[in-house]
Design a protein around this ligand. Sequence first.
Ligand code: HEC
Ligand code: HEC
Length: 268
Amino acid sequence: MAAARTRIAIGIIALAAILAARSTSGQPAPPDPALAARIAAADLAAGEVLASQCTICHTLTAGGPTLIGPNLYDIVGAPIARTAGYAYSPPMASLGAAGGTWTVELLDAFLASPATTVVGTRMGFGGLASETDRANLIGWLRTQSVAPAEMPGLAAVDPTTPVYEAYQADRGRNYYGDSCGLCHGPTAGGDTAPPLKGPVFQANWNGRTVWELFNYTRRNMPADAPGGLEDERIARILAYILQENGYEAGPMPFRVDRASLEQLILRF
Ligand code: HEC
Ligand code: HEC
């Protein structure tokens, strides 16, 4: 009994510390480096499997309905108790009313022990004891968003962060000419189809992940025969398109790997 009470007290202190960690500018404090490193190294496939434990009570896709608990799409970095009309427990509702957000620290603490982190929560889930499991799950939840929350260690990609090697873009230029140039113009500046470089293209893709661009292209392009291109060919074509949009080549290859492409956010 005493032990349980001590744990609850520690939970409240930990929560207070997490919430107090917001600096006076209103910006959340930088995450705990060890936690950030675990999330940067997250095994997203393992996280997706862990998330199946949540789906008895939560939907995880965009616009999903309330089940026993509220929808969790785009929850990392979101305001606490954001779902209008959902009957949150009083402590959860008051964290939301105080302007709290689901920082990775708070999620990590809450998923370790919901009942002692938000005392009085209605979430009837025992918690995930393993910090690696929590990091994998939070890492995966973070990708369930059109614009995943920014985090140190998960660098937002900009033209100074190479995401392809030069030879890939060189090959990509030829492949582009064979498969895309007819509609999108010889150097991607647009023709009967929209440009794949410049302000409109960049506005469409800014903040989205390289994975989304890859997946969109794989499913929909070339528009007259979609779905017929090999993944490696698409990777090279996209390396060329990134080059045309100001990204520089570097030592990191463009790999056809969902988990790593989901970490790369386009910033123009
Ligand atoms: C047995 C049902 C149940 C399970 C299983 C469950 N939850 Fe919940 N969850 C709830 C309920 C109910 C609430 C609302 C809690 C409250 O109001 O105090 C909630 C709330 C939440 C919130 C706060 C949402 C918001 O809008 O602020 C998060 C985050 C969350 N759950 C994450 C998870 C994750 C991640 C898992 C899987 C590891 C999980 N939950 C498993 C029932 C569940
Ligand atoms: C037969 C003509 C045609 C070919 C060939 C073609 N596309 Fe397209 N593409 C289109 C059209 C039309 C659109 C606009 C689609 C829409 O708005 O729904 C488009 C849109 C796109 C977009 C989204 C642009 C944006 O601003 O969001 C991308 C990316 C793209 N194409 C890539 C490619 C790539 C890469 C290739 C070569 C593998 C290719 N396309 C080949 C016709 C084509």
